[in-house]
Ligand binder design. Sequence first.
Ligand SMILES: Nc1nc2c(ncn2[C@@H]2O[C@H](COP(=O)(O)OP(=O)(O)OP(=O)(O)O)[C@@H](O)[C@H]2O)c(=O)[nH]1
Length: 370
Amino acid sequence: MTEETAHRRVIRARAALPATCVAHQQALIRSRVLALAPALAVLTLAWIGLDALVLPQAALLLAAAGRVVIAAGLFALATLGRRLPSQVVLRLFVWLQALGFGLMQALLAKHHPSSAAAISYGLAPFVIAAQIALFPVSWPQALRLGAAPVAALVIGLVATHMPARAAAWSDALLLALLLGMAAWICEAQLRLLVGLSAARDDASHDALTGLANRRAALERLAVERGRIARGHGAATVLMLDLDRFKQVNDRYGHAAGDRVLQAVAEAIEAELRGCDLGARFGGEEFLLILAESSLEDAMRAAERIRRRVAALAIDVGTATLSVTISIGVARLRADAAIEDDLARADAALYRAKTDGRDRCVAAPADADAA
Ligand SMILES: Nc1nc2c(ncn2[C@@H]2O[C@H](COP(=O)(O)OP(=O)(O)OP(=O)(O)O)[C@@H](O)[C@H]2O)c(=O)[nH]1
């Protein structure tokens, strides 16, 4: 199963989980398993020292061999986990421990009955249940993961012939309680993550148009400029402004103006590639950052956007409106401040306005150099 498929499954299971949140969730799950697995492997090996204090020689050999196998599995998971979907990594993590320690207890019970209940093995289901609580997954997912410690407990109880005893029922009850609490904590973590993702989204997006906001655009400009300064590629900025937009507000009202801004934003978005960024930079001003594009590429893109917007028929309830835009285009330069390049794009936009609007103009220095 690919990471993409695993993502889709999670989204289906939790319809409200936004895609950005799923990415954070997957990253958290993976990083926690990759941090825990080697630590548990070392602890598992170190426990052989304690086994030596309480187990007879023959049982000790079996226990040590089992612990080495489990630790090797955990180390392997820590190494290979980066290449597997994080949901798979998490399932392997809990089932490896559950089956490993459960089978260990069963083997010890078979060959060395008095050693079976000795230190640690009986604790494994409870420790695994507590570990599940460390992951931000939905409560149904947490309960499904809970099948692993339940299996470990059943194997242990059957192997030590305890099912009929009161202690077995209290173990089962304790495990159910722990799993319920783990599921609750998992769900709480997931909700926190959803809230955090939404807050991050709000901080970087414009609420009206859904485009990036000014802050996100400035951050992206700094990244692009850094790339250019290191000699990687070229980038351009497009400063875009609606023509005579005040008249739209004055004639049709602010709500109609907002609808126009949304329609223009959609048109812009439709023309951008995945590597570009479209941002609402001010009231009716947009800033587009085109990655890996020369001035000629940018002028072609600007013209496409201008034509697309001019062709819009925007239904604002009381009327269907057409609007035009003017665009100033400038290259990002390695040896200039970002503010200077923005000022050049702005100057080109001003030229487009004074030349009659509904047109694209390249910044003078770029046009000369091109
Ligand atoms: N509906 C709406 N209007 C906005 C928003 N932000 C800014 N505006 C309006 O955008 C208009 C900008 O008008 P001006 O700067 O005079 O420019 P213009 O009418 O577009 O004229 P030119 O740019 O010269 O073509 C003002 O009426 C602002 O109130 C917004 O979020 N929603």
